[in-house]
Design a protein around this ligand. Structure first.
Ligand SMILES: [Cu+2]
Length: 158
């Protein structure tokens, strides 16, 4: 049994926290390194759309189920698209709907509504180390070209 201090996940958390500051608002992602045999916990990325902008907190991890919770606080319908959706299969929950956008599958969320997109990117076969990179994935609204942002997912590499 590892101690928290010696846990490689804790090390990843603090190194990414230094890099990203306020993005990592939630402490819930600090977990013990799960073994591959166990079911990995779902991580949550919160995206609030407000004043025609994306406000993102949290991050995902390759091999872990990940939920993107998209809350639209604007007075207009927004789209939510990422090239990441070409690589993963997405399960939609909540008050959103799927559309065929010009770049591929996209999602819509009406004013005041919240939708959740569940997916798992890659697998957990490689271990997480202090060198595991934090990869950036662009997101944008395919209805308003100025509304864009980014998501972060830690990749597992040796
Ligand atoms: Cu929009």
């Amino acid at each position: 049994m590892r101690t928290i201090r010696g846990d490689p996940m804790t090390a990843v958390f603090f190194s990414t926290a230094l890099a990203l500051g306020v993005l990592l608002g939630s402490g819930t992602a600090v977990t013990h390194a799960a073994t591959v045999e166990k079911e990995l916990p779902e991580l949550t990325i919160q995206v609030t759309i407000k004043n025609m902008g994306f406000h993102v907190t949290g991050y995902g991890r390759e091999g872990n189920p990940t939920a993107i919770v998209v809350r639209n606080e604007d007075g207009v319908t927004h789209g939510f698209y990422s090239p990441l959706f070409k690589e993963v299969s997405v399960r939609l929950e909540g008050d959103g709907y799927q559309v065929a956008g010009k770049d591929g599958t996209s999602f819509r969320v009406d004013p005041g509504k919240t939708m959740t997109l569940h997916f798992t990117k890659g697998s957990a076969t490689a271990p997480l180390t202090m060198m595991s990179p934090l990869m950036r994935h662009v997101i944008w609204c395919d209805m308003h070209p100025d509304v864009k942002g980014e998501l972060f997912i830690i990749e597992r590499r040796g």
